[in-house]
Design a protein around this ligand. Structure first.
Ligand SMILES: *Cc1c(COP(=O)(O)O)cnc(C)c1O
Length: 382
């Protein structure tokens, strides 16, 4: 089976991990800050907090922005469940803003309408919105920021797909139009640490809170302490935190993987360009990407006629192509339905779900395999 995505691990990556295994520090040691510094350099953000997953990063980002019981968080329905679960972890409620029909990311018009609708009904507006950079293409952050800023709504960018992507406002992760940006380093993503994630921000206080929450809410910094010190052994728990630390083993892999980022992106762009050329004169519809090389090209999603969707999906699988569907609208999940959240207001997400198929895209995909995928898609749609 040709998978839809997979990691690329070089001998130098393996050597970097082996070095850590022979060193004094296995969990958070010198490699974690080194990885965090590299993430700041790459993105232009002032602070990076590396953790054990993007899910953890989303959770501590919500907490650091003050999300709590009684609050509301809005995200895109076309995302992995973690983009919504992070709000539920904080005791907040979740609602969904429909996607744009062309870019498939959070639709600014739908956001404006939803805010107006909530205001008409006298409902409290969300504390935070979490736009998702689907397939590596940034949502329209300028529009989303302009709509939310007057209401004091904060923004967490779920850039799990989008390390290495850029916009007119610079690299994704620079938080130019958001409070926090989250990356994932799960093996199917652009670079990997096995499991891992990071939360980036330009705000020192938000970074400090996320660092505290990453490690049990414990501080050894006298400046943060609430009581007088009992002695040089003294530490204080000043918040309810978690063990969300990234290991040094993972961080070493992350640093090594970052050295391949540009090569990975070039390979992904080349694969995407080949697909785009191949499907240019076909009924297949593609995500609107403003210009070349802005997307990190984590996924390559095609949309086919809804009447042919399930059949095409199954036939491609039968042909040994590990197609996937990113994503089932989150409000369709039984857990969310049980919370009383429904998707009646997300017709574009419904249309997307009825048509989307993710094709294989990853740096090591061979042109022979890609041509086989292209021929197979053409055949099933003929
Ligand atoms: C992968 C993913 C996550 C979760 O990432 P983990 O590192 O596996 O926790 C969150 N949001 C989106 C959009 C993702 O694709």
């Amino acid at each position: 089976m040709i998978p839809y995505g997979r990691q690329s691990i070089a001998e130098t990556d393996i050597a970097a991990v082996m070095d850590v295994l022979r060193s004094d520090f296995l969990t958070q040691g010198p490699c974690v800050p080194q990885f965090e510094d590299a993430l700041c350099t790459l993105s232009g953000a002032r602070h990076a907090v590396a953790v054990n997953s993007a899910t953890s990063a989303l959770h501590i980002a919500c907490l650091a922005l003050g999300v709590q019981k009684g609050d509301m968080v809005w995200t895109s329905p076309i995302t992995f469940v973690a983009s919504a679960n992070c709000a539920l972890y904080c005791g907040a409620s979740v609602d969904f803003v429909d996607i744009d029909p062309h870019t498939w990311t959070m639709c600014p018009n739908a956001l404006r309408d939803k805010i107006a609708g909530y205001q008409r009904e006298g409902r409290t507006l969300p504390k935070v919105i979490i736009p998702v950079h689907l397939s590596g293409q940034s949502a329209d952050m300028k529009a989303l920021h302009a709509i939310t800023a007057p209401h004091g709504i904060r923004i967490i960018e779920d850039a799990s797909h989008a390390i290495g992507a850029c916009t007119a406002y610079g690299p994704v992760g620079n938080c130019a139009l958001s409070d926090v940006t989250v990356f994932s380093f799960h093996p199917v993503k652009i670079i990997t640490t096995g499991e891992g994630g990071a939360a980036l921000t330009n705000d020192a206080e938000t970074a400090r809170r996320m660092e505290l929450l990453r490690s049990h809410g414990i501080t050894r910094d006298p400046e943060d302490m609430m009581q007088a010190s009992d002695g040089s052994w003294y530490y204080e728990q000043i918040a309810l935190g978690f063990n969300y630390r990234m290991t040094d083993i993972a961080a070493a892999l992350g640093v090594a993987q970052l050295s391949h980022l540009n090569a990975f992106l070039d390979q992904r762009h080349a694969i995407a360009a080949t697909y785009e050329a191949a499907f240019a004169d076909s009924p297949v519809r593609l995500q609107r990407v403003p210009s070349t090389k802005t997307s990190a090209r984590h996924l390559f999603v095609i949309r086919v006629d809804a009447a042919k969707h399930a059949q095409s999906f199954d036939t491609l699988r039968e042909r040994g192509i590990g197609v996937n569907l990113h994503y089932i609208p989150v409000y369709r999940q039984p857990y969310f339905k049980a919370l009383g959240i429904d998707g009646h207001s997300c017709p574009e997400a419904e249309r997307y779900y009825a048509e989307a198929i993710s094709l294989p895209i990853f740096p090591a995909l061979t042109s022979a395999d890609q041509n086989y995928v292209i021929d197979s898609v053409r055949a099933v749609l003929a």
